[in-house]
Ligand binder design. Structure first.
Ligand SMILES: Nc1nc2c(c(=O)[nH]1)N[C@H]1C(S)=C(S)[C@@H](COP(=O)(O)O)O[C@H]1N2
Ligand SMILES: [Mo]
Length: 426
């Protein structure tokens, strides 16, 4: 049977003479692949764990999402250590960002393969190319939506969490296939080219990789003279990664390191004083009428019975103080000293000491932050508070006055601000 395309490649990038960098070759691609193999799985696993922490199975947490067979939970997310989610999300976002220069270099190193000719050579070849479309497309989708999300830029018309989650499964499946197919090649390439020995060569000694004992279509057939050595290329990539890593550590560890977070989307100077820490969304942004948080505000607590409590009444109850982080899904975190009443004390007041679930409702309407649901372990943790004060001062309006939820190790988004009601279910 005759193929539907000419035997000779068309002009341009489909010809092997088009790609001339002497740096391209199996060694470079293998080194970059190995670097990604050490980092990307951590990004993937912490991403899946973030979904466990978010727990869309509970009440309001699905935010309109359909739970399907790909929603997997091996355990319910613990409340200790309180920094567990900050660590998970710090790793996910920071390592995700730091892999960008490596991903770009890896794509550059294999770009001639995008223009292989003939485009399909056998069913197995077609299958491999299809898996590469899913791999490269999946990575592009995950990294682009992730970066837009941490910039708080919802430029896309779909719900981020769903899209990023299902996109991740496509990417993880394609990546697993790719690693199984390519790992033996990576190993052989590094072995036959004496591991990291090419890093000893400066630009003068830089030449195309040898075609024997193992040849590769990545080695240019008409190489140009080198303008940079392999070690300078890898050094530049690693320096870019390192810079992104350092700024990410600044955001996710916070405290004195926060000054390093030069890419922090919400700036590095959230004001001074006890309430001078990162704000996700300001009060003015929410559309809540200021009269709703004035003297007429009541906390509505519902369980077997119902109560409406003034702020004075809440302040007259036993107060507890804990240092707990807010750890945003976007990777930043900040640990502050919170004071307020225990959620389980409130449960007891409405005859629901045996509650198995709690849903918070904010005065803020119609946003994905308006509600959150907590598990039995979370609502019963002694450090799980309805916070009224922070660092010894009244909560500011921007941090959730008159009252907000603070629970150890939950994703920041579940620490509801401007609470209107708490509903305990048994
Ligand atoms: N009602 C309401 N609660 C909210 C939010 C919000 O926008 N509205 N933002 C959430 C998110 S995503 C985070 S990370 C934390 C941030 O708390 P902070 O602004 O006090 O730092 O509050 C959470 N609670
Ligand atoms: Mo957040």
């Amino acid at each position: 049977m005759k193929a539907p395309w000419p035997a000779d490649p068309p002009r341009g990038p489909f010809r092997r003479t088009f790609w001339r960098s002497p740096l391209r070759g199996p060694w470079l691609t293998s080194v970059l692949g190995l670097l990604l193999l050490l980092t990307v799985p951590i990004v993937a696993i912490t991403g899946l764990l973030s979904n466990v922490a978010y727990d869309p199975r509970l009440g309001a947490n699905a935010v309109g999402r359909h739970l399907g067979p790909l929603d997997f939970y091996l355990f319910s997310w613990p409340t200790s250590p309180s920094w567990l989610y900050a660590l998970n999300q710090g790793l996910h976002v920071t390592l995700g960002l730091a892999t960008i220069p490596i991903l770009l270099a890896k794509l550059w190193s294999v770009i001639p393969r995008l223009f292989e000719w003939p485009p399909f050579q056998s069913p197995a070849h077609a299958l491999e190319r299809l898996s590469l479309i899913l791999l490269v497309g999946g990575a592009g989708f995950e990294w682009v939506t992730g970066v837009l999300n941490i910039q708080d830029d919802y430029a896309f018309g779909f719900f981020f969490t769903d899209a990023h989650y299902y996109g991740a499964w496509v990417f993880i499946a394609a990546l697993s296939f790719h690693v199984c197919v390519k790992f033996p090649t990576v190993w052989r390439n590094l072995a036959t080219r004496r591991a990291l020995r090419p890093l000893l060569e400066g630009v003068d000694a830089t030449a195309p990789e040898p075609r024997s004992p193992v040849d590769s279509d990545l080695i240019p057939v008409t190489p140009a003279a080198p303008t940079i050595s392999r070690r300078a290329l890898l050094g530049t990539v690693m320096a870019g990664s390192g810079l992104l890593l350092v700024q990410g550590v600044g955001q996710s560890v916070g405290g004195p390191l926060r000054d390093l977070a030069f890419l922090a989307p919400r700036g590095r100077a959230p004001g001074r004083g006890p309430n001078g820490f990162q704000i996700n969304q300001t009060f003015a942004n929410t559309g809540i009428d200021p009269s709703q948080v004035g003297r007429g505000w009541r906390l509505h607590v519902r369980g077997r019975t119902s109560l409406a409590l003034t702020r004075e009444r809440l302040l007259s109850m036993p107060q507890h103080t804990y240092d707990l982080p807010i750890a945003c899904v976007e990777g930043w975190s900040t640990t502050q000293r919170w004071t307020g009443v225990r959620l389980r004390d409130l449960a007891r007041m409405v005859g629901s000491a045996d509650a198995s679930e709690l849903t918070s409702n904010s005065l803020e309407q119609g946003s994905s932050y308006s509600q959150a649901t907590y598990s039995e372990d979370q609502l019963n943790d002694g450090r799980a508070l309805l916070a009224l004060r922070v660092n010894g001062a009244e909560l500011s309006l921007d941090h959730g006055y008159p009252a907000r939820v603070i629970i150890p190790a939950v994703p920041g988004v579940h620490n509801t601000k401007w609470v209107d009601s708490l509903v305990f279910r048994t």
